[in-house]
Structure formats: structure tokens, C-alpha cells
Write a protein that binds this ligand. Structure first.
Ligand code: COA
Length: 191
């Protein structure tokens, strides 16, 4: 089991692992955001029934137990609404690496939620897990996600040609990376 996530909330976002009781709301949120989320990620296209939302929740918990995934639900504190989720996946403590992923419901995008949540996920990765590097792969054309990474200091490292499928089509992805020292130096500068 990985160490618990030390950040419970910010002024406007609560972080907590998704539980079985969140599956129904997850399905509803994904349903309203599916067209846009599905442009760059495959799983929202496939989450059509409650059982698939429950599976998403289960995979997050199983990944946590297997020391592979840290996935947190993001909840708007003012309303309690599910905003999206953030994760470090492919956690490899031996190689000190992990992959960052995130999504935010369509009607709450452009408000800085992804950047805010990713910042705390990175603090967890670099400070608590003592990772050396966090990577993120972004489909070419996903300008919003690339911008989130660039705001956080990630550097574009190369193009992964037709690296994974999105909607059944092999798609080029930009590989981004952030090193521990880059993140911790910028954190010190902000403090
Ligand atoms: C990517 C995503 C998580 C961003 O969430 P968000 O909460 O809106 O992100 P933020 O508000 O923190 O930042 C978005 C930034 O992208 C910018 N942006 C939005 N659309 C853009 C576009 N088409 N091209 C370039 N920049 C864009 C915004 O202006 C903002 O930058 P700014 O703060 O400099 O103005 C959200 O769009 C999403 O869920 N997309 C679908 C799922 C996805 O692509 N996940 C990532 C897979 S790698």
C-alpha cells in the first residue's frame, strides 16, 4: 500500500479517493462530459453503465493497494460536486517514476482546477514518494492538457508516434517530463 495522500483540501477543492458510493455520480458526470473527454482519452467513451463506473473506482483502489496508482477524486467544496480526478499511475518506486493523469468535467473547465490538483499530486509524488521524475503523455492537439503541464514546469521531451489509441485510432502523443529538482526548486521559489 502506498503512503496516504497528505493533502485533504485546498480553499475550493476536496481530495479523497473515490469510493463505491461515488460511482453513480461519476457515471453521471462522465455522461455529461463524454464528448469532450472522449476526444483525448479512451475510457470515457467506454463508461456507459454503472458497473463500468464501479470498475473505475475499484481499479483506483486496487492500484493503490498494489503500489501502482494514486487516484483521487476532486470535489468542489462549495457544492460537494465531483469535478474530476487526478492520478499518478504506473508508480515505480524502484525506478522512482510515475505518470500523471487528470480530467475535469466539461462545465468546470478553464477555472484552474486541473493545474491546482496536479500541483498537489506532484507534491505527493516528489515529497512523499520521493520520485525522481514524473511523465505525462498528451495527444497531439490537446492544447489544454499541454498548457496545464507547461504551467507546472513540465518540459516537452519528444514525440511518441502512434503510441496509443484514442477512440480506436493510434494517435501521436507528446511526452512531457518533470524532474524532482525542477519542481522542488520552483516550489522553494514560490514559498
Ligand atoms: C485538460 C483538462 C484536464 C484541463 O482542465 P482545466 O481544469 O480546464 O485546466 P486549467 O483551468 O487548470 O488550465 C487549462 C489551461 O489550458 C488553456 N486552454 C484551454 N483550452 C486550450 C486550447 N485548446 N489550447 C491551448 N490552451 C488551452 C486554458 O486557457 C488554461 O490556461 P491559462 O490558465 O494559461 O489560461 C481538461 O480540459 C480535460 O479534462 N480535458 C479532457 C481530458 C484530458 O484531456 N485529460 C488529460 C489527458 S493527458
Amino acid at each position: 500500500m502506498l503512503p496516504s495522500f497528505p493533502f485533504t483540501h485546498t480553499a475550493r477543492v476536496e481530495f479523497r479517493p473515490l469510493g463505491a458510493g461515488d460511482a453513480r455520480e461519476l457515471l453521471a458526470v462522465v455522461a455529461t462530459s463524454r464528448a469532450q473527454l472522449g476526444r483525448f482519452m479512451s475510457w470515457p467513451r467506454e463508461m456507459l453503465e454503472l458497473e463500468q463506473a464501479r470498475r473505475f473506482v475499484r481499479l483506483g483502489r486496487d492500484g493503490w493497494l498494489a503500489e501502482r496508482t494514486v487516484r483521487l477524486g476532486l470535489f468542489e467544496r462549495s457544492s460537494g460536486a465531483l469535478l474530476g480526478s487526478i492520478e499518478l499511475d504506473g508508480v515505480d518506486l524502484r525506478r522512482s517514476q510515475a505518470e500523471l493523469g487528470y480530467w475535469v468535467r466539461t462545465d468546470r473547465q478553464g477555472l484552474g482546477y486541473a493545474t491546482e490538483a496536479a500541483f498537489f499530486a506532484l507534491r505527493y509524488g516528489f515529497e512523499t514518494l520521493r520520485l525522481h521524475k514524473v511523465r505525462a503523455d498528451v495527444a497531439v492537439g490537446n492544447g489544454a492538457s499541454a498548457r496545464v503541464l507547461e504551467k507546472l514546469g513540465f518540459k516537452r521531451e519528444g514525440l511518441l508516434r502512434e503510441d496509443r489509441t484514442v477512440g480506436g485510432v493510434f494517435t501521436d502523443h507528446w511526452r512531457y517530463g518533470l524532474l524532482s529538482r525542477e519542481f522542488l526548486e520552483s516550489l522553494r521559489a514560490w514559498r
